[in-house]
Design a protein around this ligand. Sequence first.
Ligand code: IPE
Ligand code: IPE
Ligand code: MG
Length: 229
Amino acid sequence: MDANLKIPTHVGIIMDGNGRWATLRGKKRSYGHNAGSNNVDRIVTHAFNRGVKTLTLYAFSSENWARPKEEVDELMRLLKVYFKKFIKKVLKNKIRLFVMGDMSKLSPDIVKIIEEDMEATKHLTDHVLNIAINYGSRSEIVMAVNKLLAEGKEVTEQGISENLYTAEFGEPDLIIRTGGELRLSNFMMYQGAYSELYFTDVLWPDFDEGELDKALSSFSERKRRFGKI
Ligand code: IPE
Ligand code: IPE
Ligand code: MG
C-alpha cells in the first residue's frame, strides 16, 4: 500500500452477508455467523495496523431480534464467546473495548462480561474497538434528545452529539458495508452525515485484509468538501 495514503481515524463497518455466505455453501445460516465471527479479529488487527484509531463494528441491530429465535440465540452465543476471549488478547494489544446499544435487552451474563471487558480496558488509548449490539440509530438519537430534555437543556446539534454513544469517539470518516446491500440499516445515521461510504459485494466472512485495503485506498482518493468548494 502507498505510504502517502490518507487513513481514516474512525471507520465503521456494517458486517453483512453471513447468511448468504453459508447458503452459497449449502450450510445453515449459523455456519455463516461462525465464519463471520472468526473474521472479526483479522480485520480489527489489520485496521489498527494501518493506523485506524477507532473501529466501530455493527454486530447486531435492534431489528435483528425479529429473526428466528434459533438464529438470535446463536448470534448471542457467538458474541459471548468473543467477549470472553477478548480480555486475554487485549492485554497485549492495547485495545479499549466499548459496546454501544441498549444493553437492557441482553442476557445478564453477556452484559457482565461486556462490562468487565470495558472496565478492564478503559485506560487504554491507542485504539478503540466499538461494537454495536442491539443498536439502532433512531433510538440512539431519541435517547440523546430525551437526556437533554431531562436535564432541562436546549436541544442543539452539539448537545445531541455529546449524548450519543459515540460522544467520545466522534464521527466515522468512512463507513463500509459488506454483502452488497446499498443501505445503512439504522447504523450511525446522525454520526454518518458526512461519512464517506464504501459498499462492496464481498460477503463479510470473505472480507479480508486486501478488501479492507481496497476500501482504505478508495477513501484516500475521496475529496471531502463538507459543503464547501
Ligand atoms: C450478518 O449477516 C449480519 C448480522 C445481522 C449478524 P446476515 O445474517 O444479515 O447475512 P445475510 O445478509 O442474510 O446474508
Ligand atoms: C445490518 O444487516 C445489521 C448488521 C450487520 C448487524 P441486516 O442484514 O440486518 O440488514 P438488512 O435487514 O438487510 O437491512
Ligand atoms: Mg443481512
